[in-house]
Design a protein around this ligand. Structure first.
Ligand SMILES: Cc1ncc(COP(=O)(O)O)c(C=O)c1O
Length: 377
């Protein structure tokens, strides 16, 4: 059977789906750049350069029953999270990263042809998962300074009746926070509001997880990938209103969180001092990096409440060329975007102080404009 015949088995809306472009695995990247992994400075995926507390590796080494399926209800982790966040564990569900929970929510809420509201520039998985689920994406672009456009969201909700609105605080890629007034205005609308707090630990604000106990149209998502340094183990969690969470339990894969993932997340929570110290170091480094980036003549950085800084590339430099040169000549990975609205920007994750120093030294060598590398088809 040839390829085009096989296509006919695929659901029509998926035949048009553009593939998500994930970050390259470390080993693949290392081979492509011709550098050992330890000679690569990875500032492109908002990962935590310090990793998790040492209790995590010890617990993984001592895992008693890797041969037995995991707890489908992740009771140990949910109970620890409930205590930490002062919220009953009945409101909590754990997933294979926050990514899984975004998809699970959509599978429970959206019928094909339903709509979500997406406020770009923002995390691209909302639009991607909506497309996978056969939903429409209503785009309400952010205003200057990346603030959400509440009047436009209100209009769209009134006129087009979307089922879900995605809010991200701090927002990826710029690190701005949603204001309380804006969040309350969106929560007042007849729509399910998903508040993604993947980076909340790096901000000065408390999580709004507990709000789900009072608000039937709010879901709050969080993750162990960023401040807890467990991106590779895939653990995210969400707080859901009581009337909704039952359906997510019914629809989720029974063994979505592996024994290793739950073990690692529980172990990370046993050392809150380490997590706080790492968070504080990254916040101090973010502010130092911001100051240094302000002095780079061809970059305009944006103040951020997360573990990354978005920079507009100005002064005749091409953003993609800057990204490519940092990678090929210096082994420093930063994020560049194909999307038109962000094509003139790069996003830099906050690393260790020595990563900042290497990045700034490399950027100084680029002060003469570099031409864009023309990509082959
Ligand atoms: C805003 C936002 N939400 C969610 C995620 C995904 O988190 P996880 O690693 O838990 O799937 C990311 C990852 O980059 C993110 O930027």
């Amino acid at each position: 059977m040839n390829g085009s015949c096989t296509d006919t088995f695929i659901r029509p809306h998926l035949r048009k789906l553009a593939a998500y472009t994930p970050i390259e695995p470390f080993e693949v990247l290392s081979k492509r750049l011709g550098r050992a992994p330890e000679d690569i400075i990875k500032l492109d995926a908002n990962e935590n350069p310090y990793g998790p507390p040492r209790e995590v590796l010890a617990a993984l080494g001592d895992m008693p029953f890797p041969n037995i399926y995991p707890d489908p209800e992740t009771r140990r982790l949910r109970s620890a999270l409930a205590e930490l966040n002062d919220i009953p564990m009945e409101h909590l569900l754990v997933g294979c990263g926050a990514d899984e929970l975004i998809d699970l929510l959509m599978r429970c809420v959206l019928d094909p042809g339903d709509s979500i509201v997406d406020c770009p520039p923002t995390f691209t998985m909302y639009a991607f998962d909506a497309a996978v689920n056969g939903a429409n994406v209503i785009t309400v672009p952010r205003l200057d300074g990346f603030r959400i456009d509440v009047p436009a969201i209100e209009r769209v909700v009134r006129e087009r009746r979307p089922k879900m609105v995605f809010m991200t605080s701090p927002n990826n890629p710029d690190g701005s926070m949603i204001t309380e007034a804006d969040l309350l205005a969106v929560l007042a609308l007849p729509v399910l509001v998903v508040l993604d707090e993947a980076y909340i630990e790096f901000s000065e604000e408390a999580s709004r997880m507990r709000w789900v106990m009072e608000r039937p149209n709010l879901v709050v998502l969080r993750t162990f990938s960023k401040s807890a340094g467990l991106a590779g183990l895939r653990v995210g969690y969400g707080a859901f209103p009581a009337g909704m969470i039952d359906y997510l339990w019914r629809a989720k894969q029974p063994y979505n969180v592996s024994v290793a993932a739950e073990t690692a997340a529980c172990a990370a929570l046993t050392n809150p001092q380490y997590l706080q110290d790492v968070r504080d170091k990254l916040v101090v480094e973010r502010e130092r990096l911001f100051g240094l980036l302000q002095d780079v003549p061809f970059l305009e950085p944006y103040q951020s409440s997360a573990n990354f800084i978005l920079c507009k590339v100005v002064g005749g430099q091409d953003a993609k060329a800057v990204k490519d040169t940092l990678a090929s000549e210096h082994g420093i990975m930063v994020r560049h975007y194909a999307k038109a609205e962000l094509s003139g920007f790069i996003r830099i994750s906050v690393g260790r102080p020595e990563h900042t120093d290497a990045l700034i030294a490399a950027l100084r060598t680029l002060e003469q404009p570099v031409a864009a590398v023309v990509e082959e088809e």
